[in-house]
Design a protein. Structure first.
Length: 108
């Protein structure tokens, strides 16, 4: 894959830079974007569960802006992900497990 960028150097005319990504760089970029999408999916799953009254307001207020919590949900999701289980079921199990983990951690 080649990336082309127009870059202006000082007051000179735009220069076109062309960078070719190696297979490893392309894979790394793909995985990073996939991680970002999964984090958004985790936030959406938790918000939807809250709106469906599956998560109490007290818990939701505690976790809604906690990026570490959403990372945990994403990690649990990826560990449990299976083509034999519907995605929404896996997300539900992931956020439930993350909340359980959060409460166990806080009690210590």
């Amino acid at each position: 894959m080649k990336i082309r960028r127009a870059v202006q150097v000082y007051d000179f005319k735009d220069i076109i830079l062309e960078i070719e990504l190696s297979d490893d760089e392309l894979e790394e970029a793909f995985r990073e974007k996939e991680r970002q999408y999964r984090l958004e999916d985790a936030k959406n799953a938790v918000r939807e569960a809250y709106e469906a009254e599956q998560i109490s307001e007290e818990i939701y207020r505690k976790i809604e802006n906690d990026s570490r919590f959403y990372e945990t949900v994403r990690e649990y999701y990826e560990d449990m992900e299976s083509c034999n289980i519907p995605e929404n079921v896996t997300w539900e199990e992931a956020w439930k497990k993350a909340i359980e983990h959060l409460w166990l951690f806080e009690k210590k």
